[in-house]
Design a protein around this ligand. Structure first.
Ligand code: PGA
Length: 263
């Protein structure tokens, strides 16, 4: 069974004090839930403060929103995988649509970052998703398959199981318009079929695929209960501890339901 994974993508938000307050409130809201894996993804500048505020709470992990693929050197303004590991970061979001659209990231760049992250034992969360124009033109599968094939090129089977995929339809990000559970499930099932081809059946069955795009406390449960949706990458609703915790708890409840059904 795949453990659900819910991540808070803060984007370019949260100063240090706010970050520390968020962590304190979140730990309180979550109590001792461990049914879903939780990842906080702060801007680089708030990472140390988040780690400190977590104080060794092992059930909440820390991620970064981006990194560069070189190990060190003359790359002004960039951050390496080793620098993130040095801050106790476990996950790194790669190829988010905002990076692709606003900063010109290509699948080839994403691929180099995926390899560099894996080499440094950082787990990549690789984002894929179509624009509204591509959806309207009937190109969803073509776009997803291309992003996956190029972005994950050359990965070993073991590296696949440590990679998380986030399906984030661009038209659903920050718009308040989430994909319906059925639309999301269709895309997730397709993504898993591509993963089967890129790796193998058993490996594809273990890879977690998050949904992202206007996930809120009131739609989280319906999305999470779809068979191929293994968690959420949350933007707007992750800026407040209470609403993010509600999404985590929705994932945890769903995981517990699945357990009951299978035993
Ligand atoms: P949103 O962002 O939840 O605000 O739509 C999701 C994301 O960009 O990861």
């Amino acid at each position: 069974m795949r453990k659900k994974i819910v991540a808070a993508n803060w984007k370019m938000n949260m100063l240090q004090v706010e970050a520390a307050e968020f962590v304190r409130d979140l730990l309180q809201e979550l109590g001792d839930q461990t049914a879903a894996e939780v990842v906080i993804v702060p801007p680089f500048t708030a990472i140390p403060r988040v780690v400190e505020a977590l104080g060794g709470a092992e059930h909440v992990k820390v991620g970064a929103q981006n990194m560069y693929w070189e190990r060190s050197g003359a790359y002004t303004g960039e951050i390496s995988a080793a620098m993130l590991r040095n801050l106790f970061v476990r996950y790194v979001v790669l190829g988010h649509s905002e990076r692709r659209q606003l900063f010109g990231e290509t699948d080839e760049m994403v691929n180099r970052k995926v390899h560099a992250a894996q080499d440094a034992t950082l787990r990549p969360i690789v984002c894929v998703g179509e624009t509204l124009k591509q959806r309207d033109a009937g190109q969803v599968e073509e776009v997803l398959e291309g992003q996956l094939r190029r972005g994950l090129a050359g990965l070993e089977t073991k590296a696949f199981t440590e990679t998380v995929i986030a399906y984030e339809p661009v038209w659903a990000i920050g718009t308040g318009r989430n994909a319906t559970p059925a639309q999301a499930q269709e895309a997730h099932a397709f993504i898993r079929s591509v993963l089967r081809e890129l790796a193998d059946d058993a490996t594809a069955a273990r890879i977690r695929i998050q949904y992202g795009g206007s996930v809120k406390p009131d739609n989280a449960r319906a999305l999470m209960s779809q068979p191929d949706i293994d968690g959420a990458l949350v933007g707007g609703a992750s800026l407040e501890a209470r609403s993010f915790a509600q999404i985590v708890l929705a994932a945890a409840e769903d995981a517990l339901d699945e357990e009951r059904l299978s035993s």
